[in-house]
Design a protein around this ligand. Structure first.
Ligand code: ATP
Length: 973
């Protein structure tokens, strides 16, 4: 029997009856060779029945298997869903943990803000009390401070103990000590304000510490979250099949951090942080406000306190707003927590449904086992049938023949049986495959079950871990809360202590305030009286000052009077001393600026004077002030008259028989000629001296008969020229007389008796000088001009004779050759001038240092002036200077030379008096001379005077001794 002719196909059959209907279940269908589905067309009845039964069973089992496969698939899906829910649950758990962390942070912040608020409220209360007390005291004004002030008070808020001693109230001091009490009260007030500042600083530092603690808590939370993440990652590695778990957990954590809820939380935290920062800023501004320098004024302090109160009010409002905001956030988080709890409950439900599924699975497993059993039974039945068939063949071989016949007859049936056999074999193979598949499925189910168990264990572990973490978290939170509570309690205690101190301070401040107020009232009263006092004091002071100024003015005037008197006295004594010593007196005359001085910086004035001392002159030389001291200094405003007043006594002394020499020294253009001769309308010393001599001799005419003779000569290029001689080529020389003294042989001497005579003589001299030169001005600058006046007096009673000589010398310009830039004739002139002037300097130097040999003979000038410079004569030098910058160096040279000359001591001058038996001169009417007309004497001859006269008169130019004088009328007269 061959079953190879059976064929199989897949189709859709009814699971209950095996009919080929569209039931939606895919089953294995055995097709008949004819293509119809159903019973075999030709088979033995038993076999066919069995076969159909087997086929039906097979169909049923296929259906069951398919159902099982579908169920397994559903279970797998459910398992996946469960895992996903489990992960979601875990994520929500973590979210809850994070939420709790945030909640704890928020509660910490709340605690912090509450503590801050408490601190600020304490401060506000303190300030309000202070302000109220100050206001109250200000309005009452008469509160006895001793009734409110405690005698014990802490000096410092931070370090001092509340029981430390404090200085007693100023009100306890006696009223006489009001001023010191006020000062002490003010200083204590300042000290108290300083204490307040210190407390504020401390509070700010406490706030900073609390902020630091908060930061530490946040850091710890971050670390814990990171540790949780790490443990989750490890578990993720461990259970790689939960690929989505880690992802979901991380996603959950990420969502917690960055999700909408987390973002809200972060935003809220940021807001709280910002609020906190703002509060810190306000506290610091409050601190700055406190640390501002306190004003001494009470009203200013009260204003500060009011400002502080306003700011505290604002802070209070802001804190309330922050609290309301935090309340809202707490409500929101409560809702979130309830939502998560609901999700957790759902997950629990699903877990219980999962256990139902497990029961179903076990039922299915039992069914599968039953199906296997049935399969084995069916196989057994098949084997039995085959055995029966074999037995049947052995029992009846005809049957076999019949069968063979039948087979032959129905070859188709055989083929069909073969096909069926094949089909059965295929079906068995297929069954084996199915069994194998079922076994695989079972393995897979077992594997999945293992996984489920592992997942459950992991979940349990995770839950335990989470619980542990939450426990730890709760413990740490409780510890932190306990720490913060302890800290807050400590702060509270400190604040209470501070409050107590503040109260004490306030009490003390109140008492201080009374003292300050009393002081203020006193000061106000004094301030009101101050203008009157100031006015009275000012009036008194003005009166005193006026009287003092008046006294000082009077005293000053008397001092000035005394000073001038003293100055006159000093001058007198000085003159006497000078006379005694025989010093050469030196005057200085500064001419006014003239157009030749030019303009610009060169014309700047360099000469200044001392208003109190007419003997000092200052020269500004290259930025340096040089001082020169003279017997008298004439400024540019000094007149010819003033100058002559100073020299008139000297001039008239020649009437008494003294030799007098006045010479002007200075650079060209410094005013020598102006001083000695003067312009026509403002005569100089020469004219005035002769006029004075005429006046004086006339005044003495009753007792004395005087004769005045004059000679005029010049020294030009070391040549003496007689300016009263018509002979210009007549060169004179100085000769020493045998009996001593000097004379100029051939010098014309003219006796003058009136101003008119003098004018004539001077005119002639000028004329002769002008005819000798082409340029009068230049010539005059380069020659020394001498006017020699001899006054001879005879006493009408005693016949005593006096011989006085007055030499008036206008020296040549003293400027240096190098500066003048002269050459040729000019150079020779300049050299000669320089020679004579330097010889004059040498003589002066020799006289100063009192040398034995005085080099008079080195120049005509010094030789001629030997009597005036070397012995018993009165000598005056007038140093002429220009006042401008241009001439400053020459001015300094001239003044230095004058200083040197001033120190020369010639010895006391002596009068030239000659006593003897002379012919008496008849008395003549006053103001007249015995020579009514100008008498020009001839060239002088060696003196024929008596020995006595000769011994006293050494210099005899224009000898006029009556004894040997040859009087003649001038040709011009
Ligand atoms: N005190 C004075 N008041 C007014 N003018 C003055 C005075 N002194 C000098 N002068 C004027 O200064 C100019 C020069 O004076 P002065 O000729 O006398 O100088 P000097 O020294 O004699 O010169 P030189 O050496 O060339 O003779 C003249 O024009 C003169 O008028």
């Amino acid at each position: 029997m061959v079953w190879s002719s059976h064929r199989f196909r897949w189709g859709y059959v009814c699971s209950n009856c095996g009919s080929n209907r569209d039931t939606g279940k895919r089953v294995f269908i055995v097709n008949a060779p004819g293509g119809d589905v159903g019973e075999p067309e030709s088979s033995p009845a038993c076999s066919e029945v069995e076969y159909s039964m087997l086929k039906r069973e097979l169909h049923e089992r296929n259906c069951q298997r398919d159902d099982l496969v579908i169920k397994i698939r559903d279970l797998t899906d459910n398992n996946k869903k469960y895992k996903e829910r489990l992960e979601t649950r875990e994520t929500s758990k973590r979210q809850q943990v994070v939420t709790k962390t945030h909640a704890s942070q928020l509660s910490d912040r709340d605690h912090l803000i509450a503590s801050l608020q408490a601190v600020i409220e304490d401060q506000e209360a303190t300030i309000t009390q202070l302000d109220r007390r100050i206001h109250g005291n200000n309005t009452s004004g008469t509160t006895n401070p001793s009734s409110t002030v405690s005698t014990s008070y802490p000096l410092t808020s931070a370090s001092a103990h509340p029981t430390s001693s404090f200085p007693s109230s100023p009100s306890s001091s006696s009223p006489t000590d009001a001023e010191s009490s006020r000062t002490g009260g003010t200083s204590r007030l300042v000290a108290d304000i300083q204490c307040l500042h210190d407390e504020k600083t401390k509070l700010v530092s406490q706030l900073a510490e609390a902020q630091a603690q908060l930061d530490v808590c946040e850091a710890e939370h971050s670390q814990k979250i990171a540790a949780l993440q790490r443990s989750l990652a490890e578990r993720e590695k461990f259970s790689s099949h939960h690929g989505g778990t880690k992802k979901n957990i991380e996603q959950g954590i990420h969502d917690t951090k960055t999700g909408s809820c987390s973002t809200d939380t972060e935003k809220q935290l940021e807001k709280v942080q910002a609020e906190n920062d703002r509060l810190a800023a306000e506290v610091s501004s409050l601190h700055r406000f406190y640390t501002r320098k306190p004003s001494a004024s009470y009203s200013f302090q009260a204003e500060d306190f009011r400002k502080l109160e306003d700011e505290s009010e604002q802070l209070h409002h802001q804190l309330q707003e922050a609290e309301a905001c935090m309340q809202q956030k707490e409500e929101y988080w409560g809702e979130q927590e309830a939502h998560l709890r609901a999700q957790l409950a759902q997950a629990h439900n699903k877990m219980s449904s999962h256990s139902n599924w497990q029961e179903k699975e076990s039922t299915l497993r039992a069914e599968i086992t039953g199906a296997h059993t049935e399969k084995r039974q069916t196989a057994q039945q098949l084997r039995d049938l085959q055995a029966k068939w074999t037995a049947l063949q052995a029992k009846d071989p005809d049957v076999i023949t019949k069968i063979i016949q039948v087979e032959v007859e129905s070859e188709g049936l055989k083929e069909q049986v073969g096909e069926l056999t094949d089909k059965v074999l295929d079906w068995e193979r297929h069954c084996a495959d199915r069994d194998k598949m079922v076994a695989d499925m079972q393995k897979q189910i077992e594997f999945l079950n293992d996984k489920l168990e592992k997942g459950a264990e992991e979940r349990k572990l995770l839950q335990e871990c989470l619980t542990e973490e939450a426990e730890k978290e709760r413990n740490s939170k409780e510890l932190a809360v306990a720490d913060v509570r302890r800290e807050m309690e400590k702060k509270m205690y400190d604040l209470q202590v501070t409050n107590q101190q503040m109260k004490l301070k306030l009490a003390y401040l109140a008492s201080s305030f009374d003292g300050v107020k009393q002081a203020y009232i006193l000061l106000s009263r004094q301030a009101r009286q101050f203008p009157q006092m100031v006015a009275i004091t000012l009036r008194e002071t003005q009166e005193k000052m006026l009287s003092a100024v008046k006294d000082v003015g009077e005293e000053n005037k008397s001092l000035v009077r005394k000073y001038h008197k003293e100055m006159k006295l000093r001058k007198k004594y000085h003159n006497e001393l000078v006379e005694l010593k025989g010093n050469i007196r030196v005057f200085c005359r500064v001419r006014p600026p003239i157009k030749e001085d030019g303009t610009g910086s060169q014309a700047d004035m360099v000469v200044t004077y001392d208003p109190d001392d007419d003997g000092l002159v200052y020269i500004s030389n290259k930025g340096r002030i040089q001082t020169f001291d003279f017997d008298r200094v004439f400024s540019p405003i000094s007149t010819q008259c003033q100058v002559f007043d100073e020299v008139s006594a000297l001039v008239t002394s020649c009437i008494d028989g003294f030799n007098v020499c006045i010479f002007a020294y200075g650079q060209t253009g410094s005013g020598k000629t102006y001083t000695m001769e003067g312009p026509s309308g403002d005569q100089g010393i020469n004219q005035r001296a002769l006029a004075e001599l005429f006046q004086e001799t006339a005044d003495r005419g009753d007792d004395w008969h005087y004769t005045i003779d004059v000679s005029v000569l010049e020294i030009y290029n070391e040549t003496i020229r007689d300016l009263l001689s018509a002979d210009n080529g007549n060169k004179l020389d100085v000769k020493m007389k045998g009996e001593g003294g000097f004379h100029v042989p051939g010098l014309v001497t003219v006796t003058v008796s009136s101003q008119r005579d003098v004018n004539q003589v001077f005119a002639e001299g000028k004329k002769n000088r002008a005819t000798a030169t082409t340029n009068m001005n230049e010539h005059s600058s380069r020659s020394h001009c001498l006017l020699c006046v001899t006054v001879t007096g005879v006493n009408r009673t005693t016949s005593t004779r006096s011989f006085g000589r007055l030499n008036l010398v206008d020296l040549a310009g003293s400027e240096r050759v190098s500066k003048s830039g002269a050459d040729g004739t000019r150079l020779k002139e300049a050299q000669n001038i320089n020679k004579s002037l330097s010889c004059l300097g040498d003589v002066i130097h020799a006289l100063r240092v009192k040398q034995n040999h005085i080099p008079f003979r080195n120049s005509k000038l010094t030789y001629l002036l030997q009597d005036s410079l070397g012995g018993d004569s009165k000598t005056l030098m007038i140093v002429q200077v220009a006042p401008v910058e241009k001439n400053v160096s020459e001015t300094v040279c001239s003044l230095t030379f004058g200083q040197r000359v001033r120190s020369v001591e010639l010895g006391a001058a002596s009068r030239k008096i000659e006593t003897g038996d002379f012919e008496k001169i008849p008395t003549s009417p006053k103001g007249t001379t015995d020579s009514p007309a100008l008498k020009k004497l001839g060239p002088s001859s060696p003196s024929t005077k008596s020995p006595a006269l000769q011994s006293q008169s050494r210099f005899t130019p224009g000898k006029s001794s009556p004894a040997n004088r040859v009087t003649r009328q001038t040709s011009r007269k």
